[in-house]
Design a protein around this ligand. Structure first.
Ligand code: GLP
Length: 260
């Protein structure tokens, strides 16, 4: 794991955007894995800025979002499709037919999940997967005790996750119980994982993810087994890491050819 600690969320988001932009520059048909939640908003703002001001071109790229709620009405403002349209897709030039979000309105969930996996494979696999982290260590909507080898499938949310997302729905009781999420095995096949976490709420899940044992109780901890996982934090979220001085020293000492 490469742990990168930045002073605040803005610096961290700009750094993550540079990594994504570098990948698109090297491979214009790059496949992006995208996340929702409050955490990646700064990254998406910066990608929009790079697109508008510096010509970052998404015309040949494709994207696959991690997850979606099951059963929301079309265009529901709290759906992850609506979130992505508002914060990213409508502001860059990614072709709409290549900006994928699982459909939570399908009649046949297993077929939708299977088709989603096949579309990722047909696109050549995910080059850069953006991840946030839940307060209990989930990635996507893979709640604690999810199989570390899981594929895209339906999951039932924990009460904690429904509470965390209550603000988007105007009350926890309105948050759906079921979601479709890429599996942990799906996420682990991405060539690069970029996990972003900011603020005090993420201290414990980040400490357990980076320095704790690998366990399905903290799904993000499986990233210790990923050959190219970058954990991009602000100072607050890094506060529980015992080796944070070492991570900073490593980052400061990176040779030029490894800079982002
Ligand atoms: C939801 C999303 C996750 C996200 C998490 C954290 O559960 N499915 O992908 O990482 O929220 O959200 P936030 O970034 O708002 O803390």
């Amino acid at each position: 794991m490469e742990v990168i600690i930045q002073p605040g969320p803005d610096d961290a988001s700009a750094l993550a955007a540079r990594i994504v932009a570098q990948r698109i520059a090297q491979k214009p048909h790059a496949v992006l894995g995208l996340a929702t939640g409050r955490t990646p908003l700064g990254l998406y703002e910066e990608l929009v800025r790079l697109h508008r001001e510096e010509g970052l071109d998404f015309d040949r790229a494709s994207s696959f979002n991690l997850d979606e709620y099951v059963g929301l009405a079309p265009g529901h403002p709290a759906s992850y499709r609506a979130f992505m349209e508002e914060h990213l897709f409508s502001k860059i030039n990614i072709p709409p037919e290549r900006a994928h979000v699982p459909s939570g309105r399908t009649e046949d969930i297993p077929s939708e999940c299977d088709a989603y996996e096949k579309k990722i494979a047909a696109a050549g696999g995910i080059d850069v997967q953006v991840l946030g982290i839940g307060v209990e260590g989930h990635i996507g909507f893979n709640e604690p005790t999810s199989s570390l080898a899981s594929r895209t499938r339906i999951k039932t949310l924990t009460d904690e996750t429904r509470q965390e997302n209550a603000a988007f729905f105007g009350g926890a009781e309105k948050v759906p119980h079921h979601v479709i999420t890429m599996g942990i095995g799906t996420i682990m096949e991405s060539r690069t994982c970029l996990l972003l976490a900011f603020g005090k709420k993420k201290v414990e899940p980040i400490a357990r993810t980076v320095e704790g044992p690998i366990t399905a109780m903290v799904p993000a901890s499986i990233l210790q087994m990923h050959p190219d996982a970058k954990i991009i934090l602000d100072e607050e979220a890094a506060a529980g890491l015992s080796r944070r001085d070492y991570y900073k020293m490593v980052y400061r000492g990176k040779p030029d050819w490894q800079q982002y």
